[in-house]
Unconditional design. Structure first.
Length: 522
């Protein structure tokens, strides 16, 4: 990891000042005329990016500052200069959002999985835009920069205060610390309510305690102790204005519970049909990391495994599903049964692109809000896309109209990656916008990895006109949301270790002996 981090930083520095300006002065002047609707912050950022002579440049933008609008101008200028502009993001929802800037986009994972035969022509210069860069891991960023051609340029877009990658590393933040040239967007345009805008500005600067206290003075923090009453209050509030409301909860269990309560409230209010159909679904095991998936002991009998890449030697194709039948932790072997009834045994370290699920059931009805929990390439629906069920027949066949405008049909048993879409996790909410957001924070039942400054900032900043927090304890809420939980890079860990070693050598023999004894006693 330390080697990859060094190589990523070295790659960025080696490309500084080595290229012509991304756009000539004439092109920059033309863009300024054609995009005169940009605010001053956006105009300055666009001009800095287009004047860059570095291979890798960054655009750091606070939540709601209009990054997509600015990127449309950058894309236009780069295309006028002969660049083929391609966009990537660590999530399919973010890639879909990036396409709104007119940039042909796909997931970063899909780009990195492409073979040489699928790669773009080497004689074509590219501008690669990586959106939501804070969600990219060290391994992903290293591989991404490693594959650049000599004339390729990169624009990393993100916000260091929003959520980080699930896997190890914080390369976007690390590159900024290492000196990557960075343009900034700091004028918030999303929030239309002046008081809410002040709160989001404070959160963007890490002033969480002051922001939550301001929200409380505005009457936007609600303390409801009993959990069932708190979830019901959120559900009833949602049902008052469902079309403009997004519900955010830190963890998947509370998200599932909220979705169930809101589903019932929507039925009572007549927004959702009473007749419902129970459908088998796959629920992702979110606690399983990329490293976990290499070890058989982290799998459980009955788990359903989805292979996005597959392996010819093992006999598993891309897109296949299998059920875990046996786990041998001692030899690190898994035995699975595929959908076509083949039994396959393998070492999980030999496969990448694996997702684990547990089977469950959901009760869907016409009018229900739903979301995808995995990308559906056959139907062209990205992961975390949300939509509304328009009808369900007696056999369970569903028709869903997605928020993008497309319509998809699901035969019985085909909706394994559907879930209710009323409440989403904070990670899933990143990049979304709603008229108002209702945020659930249980200070007693959720770990600091999920309830912290990043949750507060991302969740509250989703709301354009209103944001409300529902909690079990106002006093504990401030402490919980003010926790600064961030990934550490491998190089940071090495520096810390070296500092401890130096300190040990500097203390006197008696102090050293006392410290050693203390460690032994503990």
């Amino acid at each position: 990891m330390m080697q990859m981090e060094r190589e990523t930083i070295d790659s960025m520095r080696a490309g500084q000042g080595q290229h012509p300006e991304l756009a000539t002065e004439d092109t920059r002047e033309a863009i300024a005329r054609d995009y005169n609707h940009l605010n001053q912050s956006q105009r300055t950022a666009v001009d800095e990016i287009l004047a860059s002579r570095d291979q890798v440049t960054a655009l750091e933008g606070a939540a709601g500052t209009g990054k997509t609008t600015a990127l449309a101008a950058v894309r236009d200028a780069a295309e006028r200069e002969g660049y083929q502009v391609e966009g990537f993001a660590p999530t399919s929802r973010a890639a879909h959002k990036l396409a709104e800037a007119g940039i042909e986009s796909s997931t970063l994972q899909r780009h990195l999985a492409r073979g040489d035969s699928e790669a773009s022509a080497v004689d074509q210069k590219h501008l690669y835009v990586l959106d939501e860069s804070s969600l990219a891991s060290t391994k992903q960023m290293h591989k991404f920069l490693e594959r650049l051609g000599p004339e390729d340029r990169v624009l990393l877009v993100g916000d260091v205060r929003q959520h980080e990658a699930v896997d190890a590393g914080r390369p976007y933040h690390q590159l900024q610390e290492a000196g990557v040239r960075t343009a900034h967007l700091d004028e918030i345009v999303r929030q239309r309510d002046p008081e809410l805008k002040l709160v989001v500005e404070q959160l963007s600067h890490g002033e969480v305690s002051s922001a939550v206290e301001r929200l409380d003075r505005q009457g936007r923090v609600h303390e409801i102790g009993p959990r069932e009453e708190r979830l019901s209050a959120i559900a009833n509030e949602y049902a008052k204005d469902p079309n403009a409301t997004l519900v955010v909860s830190p963890d998947n269990q509370s998200r599932h519970d909220l979705n169930d309560v809101i589903h019932r409230a929507m039925q009572r209010e007549g927004h959702v049909a009473r007749d419902e159909h129970r459908t088998p679904v796959l629920v992702p095991r979110q606690e399983i990391t990329g490293a976990d998936r290499q070890w058989a002991e982290r799998y459980e009998e009955g788990d359903v495994v989805r292979y996005s890449r597959g392996s010819k030697p093992i006999g598993i194709g891309a897109g296949d599903y299998a059920r875990v039948e046996r786990v041998d932790a001692k030899t690190n072997q898994l035995t699975v049964r595929t959908d076509d009834e083949r039994t396959v045994s393998y070492d999980p370290r030999r496969l990448q692109g694996v997702t684990l699920y547990r089977e469950s059931e959901r009760a869907f009805a016409a009018g229900d809000r739903v979301q995808m929990t995995a990308p559906d390439r056959e139907r062209g629906v990205p992961n975390r896309e949300r939509g509304t069920i328009e009808r369900i027949d007696t056999n369970g066949r569903m028709e869903v109209r997605w928020d993008s405008g497309r319509t998809s049909s699901f035969e019985p048993g085909e909706g394994r990656h559907l879930d209710h879409g009323y409440a989403v996790t904070s990670h899933s909410s990143q990049g979304q916008t709603a008229g108002r957001v209702l945020v659930h924070v249980d200070t007693q039942r959720t770990s600091e990895k999920l309830v912290n400054q990043r949750l507060a900032y991302v969740a509250v900043s989703r709301g354009r006109y209103d944001a409300r927090i529902y909690t079990d304890d106002k006093l504990m809420l401030v402490r919980a949301l003010d926790r600064d939980v961030s990934h550490r890079s491998a190089l940071e860990g090495k520096t810390e270790h070296a500092s401890r070693q130096r300190l040990q050598h500097e203390v006197s023999p008696s102090e050293s002996a006392g410290r050693t004894m203390a460690v032994v006693r503990s």
